[in-house]
Design a protein around this ligand. Structure first.
Ligand code: HEM
Length: 506
């Protein structure tokens, strides 16, 4: 299929033949392109569009897709993804799609478009997530996981079934509130239904309106130094949110008020604790310039941590329990490992290196069903992606899901097999191609925090219970920034003391 004589901008089918998807090297005819494009619609409707994108021809080629208001160059191969995110990362800025998230995150690290300001803020935040600080949060994470098990025991008493997705969201909110604020905000936040906000984000991504909005505002403000980071597009989208999804916006406002109240309490000394991320952010100082965060920036960073950290980790954990229920042999190996290493005592950060299967279960879950399904960048200057010429302003979409299912990297990519991630099995190219936290300079700043949280939660739960599926099929994935269960994930917990009496003495 590869066409070595292809010109740097020539596509198949050629641009004079109207269609929605084209390839650079892979010779796909006009009718075939239409056939493949038309099949996308039902796949969008039943939420399997990611699996479909993975099976489209030309996995190592660029694909060019046209949708209303936008044109995307799509990359799915390890080499091209690495080129965009790492090797030539300075040529790629965050794309306007992130303005949709900025509705909730403000201009925190995830949605910062201004390279210089982002770099300064990253220097402030990075040390907060250093191993020393992260390890210090382990006892709090384990305590939250133990409380969650107790809650599940109580709630399962009624009909024996729990919504694991809702429980994981509640647990990650609990971890967030204890680690970020050193206080329990699950009460004030209990009215916030993240689901609604995510649905609003999902709609925003699908309509692509952030693109023209961002460009118009950047054009209007071009003479101002902060045009890239303007709040105008997100204010317009917030206003639209109040019309389209008022309940989601009310939830967001409520969460913002809780966060602002806590910032004020820390500033005034009403809360004097220093063992939390908020206190660390307040004390953070840029070693190069001595710069310290304003309250607005702390607000944005905290909303970013809540938004970027809670749902992603809850998604990973929800799928862990679903996949383990589908693979009892992997679940049994997990139970044996945690019983042997931990017995009944609480897990610590130091235990993790002796829990390779636990960590492999988390890593394989995030490979098979990555919580963040794709990333987007805008080219600043000309570039060349596998022979295809990229012009400045082009939007490049990196489909993490497709990368994690690439046939050239993974043997049986659709199968759940945690043993791939045992240190003795993992090849270098696989390590580089499994990037649930992204890669390069904009990689997740909290990856070690999130990995530790997920592994400690899995180990703590596996000491005490197992989940069985109650539905024959896996619940479908939602298609938004994250790919968690679309709706409730009902499962039946089985408490191990009753199921395996002999093990309690291990
Ligand atoms: C399993 C859980 C998580 C996953 C899969 C995940 C994934 C990601 C990914 C893929 C990115 C890169 C986005 C891009 O390149 O466009 C990212 C960035 C980020 N994440 Fe996470 N994340 C997780 C947990 C967390 C947590 C717990 C926090 C905070 C407490 C967090 C905070 C951030 C921040 C601040 C960034 C922006 C980094 C920057 O641009 O400098 N994430 N995350």
């Amino acid at each position: 299929m590869a066409d070595s004589s292809a010109s740097p901008t020539a596509l198949h089918p050629p641009t004079w033949a109207p269609t929605f998807i084209r390839w650079h090297d892979t010779k796909v005819g006009w009718l075939e392109s239409w056939r493949l494009a038309l099949r996308i619609l039902p796949r969008v409707r039943d939420h399997t569009v990611l699996d479909y994108a993975t099976t489209l021809p030309g996995a190592d080629d660029v694909m060019v897709a046209r949708v209303p208001f936008a044109r995307f160059v799509i990359v799915r191969s390890p080499e091209l993804v690495r080129h965009v995110l790492v090797n030539n990362q300075n040529n790629y800025a965050k794309s306007p799609e992130y303005d949709m998230l900025a509705v909730a995150f403000g201009r925190g690290l995830v949605t910062d478009f201004d390279d210089e300001q982002w770099q300064r803020n990253r220097r402030l935040v990075q040390p907060i997530f250093a191993k020393r600080n992260v390890d210090g949060f382990a006892p709090v994470m384990v305590a939250a996981a133990r409380d969650a098990v107790a809650r599940i025991r109580d709630s399962a008493a009624d009909d024996g079934i729990v919504d694991v997705g809702a429980e994981m969201n509640r647990l990650t909110l609990d971890v967030t509130s204890r680690t970020m604020f050193g206080t329990d905000i699950t009460g004030p936040m209990s009215e916030v239904v993240l689901e609604r906000l995510l649905r609003f984000f999902g709609r925003g991504f699908m309509t692509n309106l952030s693109h023209p909005l961002h460009n118009i505002s950047a054009w209007v403000l071009q003479r101002r130094g902060d045009a890239a980071n303007s709040r105008v597009p997100l204010r317009i989208m917030r206003a639209a949110g109040w019309v389209i999804e008022p309940r989601a916006m009310r939830d967001l406002r409520h969460a913002e008020r809780v966060v602002d109240g806590l910032i004020a309490d820390h500033r005034s000394g009403r809360i004097a604790r220093k063992d939390n991320l908020l206190a660390l952010l307040m004390d953070a100082e840029d070693p190069e310039t001595g710069y310290r965060y304003s309250d607005q920036e702390i607000h944005d960073e905290l909303m970013t941590f809540i938004g970027a950290g809670m749902e992603t980790t809850a998604t990973a954990l929800s799928w862990v329990w679903q996949l383990l229920a589908e693979h009892p042999e992997a679940r049994e190996r997990l139970r044996v490992e945690v019983r042997a290493v931990l017995g009944d005592r609480a897990a610590t950060a130091e235990d993790l290196e002796r829990l390779p299967w636990t960590q492999a279960v988390v890593a394989e879950t995030m490979r098979l069903l990555p919580p963040v399904i794709g990333l987007a960048r805008t080219a600043k200057d000309y570039d060349n992606l596998g022979g295809y010429e990229i012009k400045p302003g082009t939007t490049v979409a990196v489909i993490l899901h497709a990368l994690h299912h690439h046939q050239g990297v993974w043997d049986r990519p659709e199968e759940f097999d945690p043993s791939r991630f045992l240190p003795e099995h993992l090849a270098r190219e696989q390590k580089r191609a499994a990037i649930p936290f992204g890669a390069g300079k904009r990689m997740c700043v909290a990856s070690s925090f999130a990995s530790m949280e997920a592994a400690l939660v899995v180990a703590t739960f596996a000491q005490q219970l197992e989940f069985d599926a109650v539905r024959p099929d896996r619940v479908r994935r939602q298609i938004s920034f994250t790919g968690g269960p679309d709706g409730p994930l009902p499962m039946r917990p089985r408490f191990l003391a009753e199921a395996h009496p002999a093990d309690t003495a291990v």
